[in-house]
Design a protein around this ligand. Sequence first.
Ligand code: DI6
Ligand code: FE
Length: 430
Amino acid sequence: MSTTLWVNARLACMADAAGSAQDRVLERGALLTRGDRIVWAGALEALPAAVRADARDPATHWQEVDLGGALVTPGLIDCHTHLVYGGSRAREFEQRLQGVSYEAIALAGGGIRATVNATRAASDASLYEQAAARLRAYLREGVTTVEIKSGYGLTEHDEARLLRTARRLGQDAAVDVRTTYLAAHALAPEYAGRADDYIDAVCRWLSTLHAEGLVDAVDAFCETIGFTLAQTERVFAAARALGLPVKLHAEQLSNQHGSALAARYGALSCDHLEYLDQGGIEAMAAAGTVAVLLPGAYYFLRETRLPPVAALRAAGVPIAIATDHNPGTSPVLSPLLMLNMACVLFRLTPWEALRGMTTHAARALGLQATHGILAAGHRADFVAWGVDDVSELAYAIGRNPCQRIVYRGTERVPAPGGHTTGAVARRETP
Ligand code: DI6
Ligand code: FE
């Protein structure tokens, strides 16, 4: 195990020592890490001599790293992606540019169904390679934790393939992967006209996949073109029976009151939320459910109805931001661009946007005890950025100021040419 004192950092810890939100850069900051954890974070001059001496245990390897005055934030967390799938939907994009609606394409058998066909046809190796290529883009921009949903297989066999691919990506690359089971994403073609039977199957498969250790959370698409409130509730009940947390694609295209249902099940998050009403907001606030806003999908669908940001803030609902990477509504591979869009489209402040991809994203994955802030006891996942201020992270478009990425206390090996190019960073052998 090695102990490192990272000095000369300008720290955006995102919280004070007690864990309360803080929009402040701490000058002349330092982080003391041991193994994969932060032991201490603060201004270097305040580092207690005893803590420093303790950390210099002769049995551990000690080093000091100068971060050169970089802005240091927690590693970015993308808490909503559909990274594993086959094929592309660029043709559908063209149709939509000509005015055909997303719903109309879905009802005509395109949309999610088209990706399901391409996914089922893809080999395991090809699914892995396609997703790994996408993941590389995330890693370059400082992502240290990513959620990956299934939902393009829609058979037990194919949902398992997607979840296993996600797990393998997490084992191979220097990133934490959290998996979410989203078989209730669209009706499998084999069950046409029998949505309730499909939901029975979805619930059965869940037990098997959970027994294989493939599922960290359970999600559904509650929508006119997805599943009803009653069907969603059956999926949630199955998750609850297995002790698995739930989340929901809710109020994206219409108000189905899915958020209030999800809140009743203590959901980690409700995601999208353009059509969320006050009742849903209050239910989420009472349940401590995170609102995950997805500006990429809002933008790509040319949605005009904004999620109720001011009301969410007023109710104290934590707001997270994610890419929602998927081939249909958000073919986004830049988490940093989402910070910009969250500010420009949804009027978040840059600090709110960054909190949305760190602290609140951790909460949306149930990881708030270990991830998303720079504080003692938390994971040593952080990024050094070549910028002066947090606002610059959200301001620039198409610029990647990421200088160094530390994952589990170890610097991610930069690919040739630095973090801006190259292959999936492999985990270093300890
Ligand atoms: N909402 C979305 O925006 C994505 N899934 C969902 O439930 C879209 C998925 C796709 O079109 O492939
Ligand atoms: Fe999604």
